[in-house]
Design a protein. Structure first.
Length: 66
């Protein structure tokens, strides 16, 4: 099991957090997602693709900070 942390830009409300959580939870290999309004995203799972996580965040309408 691997845990990775990301910083997400642009979230301003609980709906933003929910949108990111829902999109990232659909990434293959993801077992757990924790997101807070400060922009902290923690993803736990097996063989998680950074590109897939970034794409899921973008699909939700936000951006992972470089």
């Amino acid at each position: 099991m691997t845990t990775r942390d990301y910083s997400v830009r642009g979230m301003t409300c609980s709906h933003c957090v929910l949108s990111v959580r829902e999109e990232v939870s659909e990434v293959p290999g993801v077992r757990a997602v924790d997101v807070d309004l400060s922009g902290r995203l923690t993803v736990t799972g097996h063989d998680i693709s950074d590109d897939a996580v970034r794409a899921a965040v973008a699909e939700a309408g936000y951006e992972v900070a470089a």
